[in-house]
Ligand binder design. Structure first.
Ligand code: SF4
Length: 329
C-alpha cells in the first residue's frame, strides 16, 4: 500500500477530509504529522526563510517531520485559487518550490496546481493525473474525488454548528468534542483558519476565550451569502478569498445584536493581514474590536492578560446602563 503524507498545516484545516478520503478511496494510506508542537515550530523556524509568516514556518516543520515517515509521496499542492476571480495568498503558490529548495531528502512531491480562478478544467486534468499514481481506473478516480467532496461538505457543515475546523476534523474522524459551556458573552473570532485553529500558533485562543465565558462565533458559523453581501459593500473588492471572508464576517458581525465584541488574530509578517486587519479596524463601528498580532515570540501570559481585559471591558460595557464605554477603547 502506498503511503501519502499530508502535512498538518495550512490547507489541512480546510481540505484534509477531501484529500484523505480521495487517497484512501484509491487504496493509499494517508499519514499526517502530529498537531503542531514546539519541536515542529523549531524545525520550521530553522528551515524556512526568516521573512516568511509563522504559519508557513510551521508548515515547513510539519513537512520536515513527515520526511522521517518512510513515505511514497508527500502532498503539497500549489494553491492558486479556490473560487472564480479570487486568489489565495501568493505564499501558497510558492510553498512547494520553497520546500523543495530548502528541505533535503523529500519523498516525491505531489504538487498539483489548484487554480479555479477561471475554469476547473485544469484541476480535473490534474486530479486524473494524480489518481493515476494509484490506479488506471478513471471511474474509480472520479468516484474517489466525488466521495472526497462529500466528506469535505460534511465537515464544513460541522464547522457551521460552532466547531472550529480543527474540531470538525476530529469529530469527522470519530473523536467527540464538547463545545458546550456556561457562556455569558458572544465573541466574534476572526483570522486565517490555519493560524486561528492551530492550537500552538494561536496559543489555543479559542478554548481560552471559551474558558472566560465567551461563546465563540467564527467565519464558518456565519451565513455565506451575508458574508459576501457585506464584503461587497467596501469600495474595492478584496480578491483574496480568505481576506474577503474575514472582512465580510466582521461587517456581518458588526451588525448582529447578539455579538458583544470581536477579536482578529493576525500573523506578524503576513501581507494580507496587514491590509485586512486595517480595513476591519476602520470599518467596524458598533462593536469593541481588538487586533492581536502573533509570531513565534508571542508570550502566552501577555495574550491571556489582553483577553481577560477585553472580556472584562465587554462585561462592564454591557452592564453600564448608559452604555457609554467607547467601542474604540
Ligand atoms: S495569508 Fe498571511 S498568514 Fe497566510 S500564508 Fe499568506 S502571508 Fe502567511
Amino acid at each position: 500500500m502506498k503511503r501519502v503524507g499530508i502535512p498538518h498545516g495550512l490547507f489541512y484545516y480546510y481540505y484534509y477530509p477531501l484529500w484523505k478520503t480521495f487517497f484512501n478511496s484509491l487504496g493509499a494510506e494517508v499519514v499526517t504529522s502530529p498537531a503542531t508542537n514546539r519541536l515542529i515550530v523549531d524545525a520550521g523556524i530553522q528551515k524556512a526563510v526568516d521573512e516568511t509568516c509563522l504559519p508557513i514556518k510551521v508548515y515547513f516543520g510539519h513537512v520536515f517531520q513527515l520526511c522521517q515517515q518512510n513515505l511514497d509521496y508527500i502532498f503539497i499542492p500549489r494553491l492558486v485559487s479556490i473560487e472564480a476571480k479570487s486568489y489565495i495568498c501568493p505564499k501558497f503558490m510558492g510553498v512547494p518550490d520553497m520546500i523543495k529548495a530548502t528541505i533535503p531528502g523529500l519523498p516525491p512531491v505531489i504538487d498539483i496546481v489548484i487554480d479555479l480562478s477561471k475554469t476547473d478544467k485544469l484541476l480535473k486534468k490534474d486530479i486524473f493525473q494524480l489518481g493515476r499514481l494509484f490506479t488506471r481506473d478513471n471511474k474509480a478516480i472520479r468516484n474517489a474525488y466525488k466521495k472526497g467532496l462529500q466528506e469535505y461538505y460534511f465537515c464544513r457543515a460541522l464547522a457551521g454548528q460552532g466547531y472550529t475546523m480543527s474540531e470538525a476534523i476530529q469529530v469527522w474522524e470519530g473523536t467527540s468534542q464538547d463545545i458546550t459551556g456556561e457562556y455569558d458573552l458572544n465573541l466574534g473570532l476572526l483570522g486565517h483558519g490555519y493560524s486561528l485553529y492551530d492550537e500552538n500558533i494561536s496559543m489555543n485562543i479559542v478554548n481560552k476565550v471559551r474558558a472566560m465565558g465567551c461563546r465563540v462565533h467564527l467565519p464558518e458559523t456565519c451565513d455565506r451569502k451575508s458574508i459576501e453581501a457585506e464584503a461587497a459593500t467596501i469600495p474595492k473588492r478584496v480578491f483574496w478569498t480568505l481576506g474577503r471572508k474575514m472582512v465580510g464576517s466582521a461587517l456581518h458581525m458588526d451588525k448582529r445584536k447578539d455579538i458583544d465584541g470581536m477579536i482578529y488574530v493576525a500573523c506578524f509578517g503576513c501581507g494580507p493581514d496587514s491590509l485586512i486587519g486595517e480595513i476591519i479596524e476602520r470599518k467596524i463601528k458598533n462593536k469593541p474590536f481588538m487586533l492581536i498580532t502573533i509570531d513565534e515570540h508571542t508570550g502566552e501570559g501577555g495574550l491571556v492578560t489582553r483577553l481577560e481585559a477585553f472580556c472584562d471591558m465587554l462585561r462592564r460595557r454591557r452592564a453600564s446602563s448608559e452604555n457609554n464605554i467607547s467601542s474604540h477603547g
